[in-house]
Ligand binder design. Structure first.
Ligand code: PBG
Length: 324
């Protein structure tokens, strides 16, 4: 069938027809909103490189949680900014750390908001790397125990799910074992399975105060040039017990999202990262593009590529538009 008999424009005539043939739909149910929890009280620090995003203390997180839930967003993922950092990130499993306290506060106030926690050492180490340093590199196996302890402390505080983002080999298995041995057999793991070493994390590192003090993360995060390697990473994580796998960042890696969805059929999350957020915000502030439209187009493209869940700083803004 070809022109002039077939005319694709026939079905683009008017919004109602377009809605009828639309192949992908976004809903607030798709979103997981990242939150930055800091110590102290009454804190709401704006993050300069991420307009509209704040570091919040636990009391403010509580208020925020109510609003998030009321917008129909089912879930948040917590990142902590601890008061003290050291070489081995000892505050990562502090039962009274910002993340642990925030979990309790949210579960107390808004129990059906699903609380996921990011499990990583970079926010807790003085050098900003995602594990223990030996000979100027992150020591993989020694880091596993710390990550497991951190995940366990989140589960003990009441987290609904843990999400390791460190990219150490074997961490999903190690965390699964620690959770199971301590009675948390029902806590799922969302693994940052294909996490690339990306320039798009820049603004996040301002927000989480986790920029590495030396070197970069290329000895543990993936090379952006690789696609088969993402498959191997996903296989490992699934074999080790991951319940949900993630691709991160999202927009520059839509091909990876699609490939993993097709190859595995596992619940798939995609992280629309800080740089993807800030680029749109910055361009919109300059009047160079329509921020809301660029946001919605980005989110629908991530879903169209195959993501079941989207971690995004746009969650509230997009939910407001979708709820209209
Ligand atoms: C921690 C972590 C990072 C992000 C999520 N978890 C930063 C990094 O790996 O450097 C980035 C998220 C974002 O940019 O929005 N390892």
């Amino acid at each position: 069938m070809s022109f002039p008999f077939y005319r694709p424009r026939r079905l683009r005539k008017g919004e109602v027809l377009r809605r009828m043939v639309r192949e992908t739909n976004l809903t607030p149910d798709d979103f997981i909103l990242p939150l930055f929890v800091t110590y102290g009280k009454g804190i709401k620090n704006p993050i300069k490189s991420m307009p509209g995003i704040f570091q919040l203390s636990v009391d403010n997180i509580k208020k925020e949680a109510k609003e998030i839930k009321s917008l129909g967003i089912p879930s948040v993922i917590l990142f902590g900014i601890p008061e003290h950092k050291d070489e081995v990130g000892s505050s990562a499993n502090d039962p009274h750390g910002p993340v642990q306290e925030a979990i309790k506060a949210i579960k107390d106030k808004v129990p059906d908001l699903v609380v996921i926690t990011d499990v990583c050492m970079c926010e807790y180490t003085s050098h900003g790397h995602c594990g223990i340093i030996k000979n100027k590199d992150v020591d993989n196996d020694a880091t596993l125990e710390l990550l497991s302890n951190e995940a366990l402390s989140h589960a003990e505080a009441g987290a609904d799910m843990v999400a390791p983002s460190d990219m150490m080999d074997g961490r999903v298995g190690s965390i699964r074992e620690a959770l199971d041995d301590n009675g948390f057999t029902n806590i799922p793991i969302m693994s940052y399975a294909a996490k690339y070493s990306s320039a798009f994390y820049g603004p996040f590192r301002d927000a989480a105060e986790s920029t590495p003090k030396f070197g970069d993360r290329r000895s543990y995060q993936m090379d952006p040039a690789n696609s088969n390697e993402a498959i191997r990473e996903v296989i490992l994580d699934i074999e080790e017990g991951a319940d949900i796998v993630m691709v991160k960042p999202a927009l520059p890696y839509l091909d990876i999202i699609r490939r993993i969805k097709e190859d595995f059929g596992y619940p798939l999350a995609a992280y629309n990262v800080s740089g993807e957020y800030s680029m749109i915000k910055a361009a919109a502030e300059k009047g160079w593009l329509d921020g809301d439209k660029a946001m919605m187009e980005s989110l629908i493209s991530i879903k169209r590529a195959g993501a079941d869940m989207i971690l995004t700083y746009f969650a509230k803004d997009a939910a407001k538009i979708l709820n209209k």
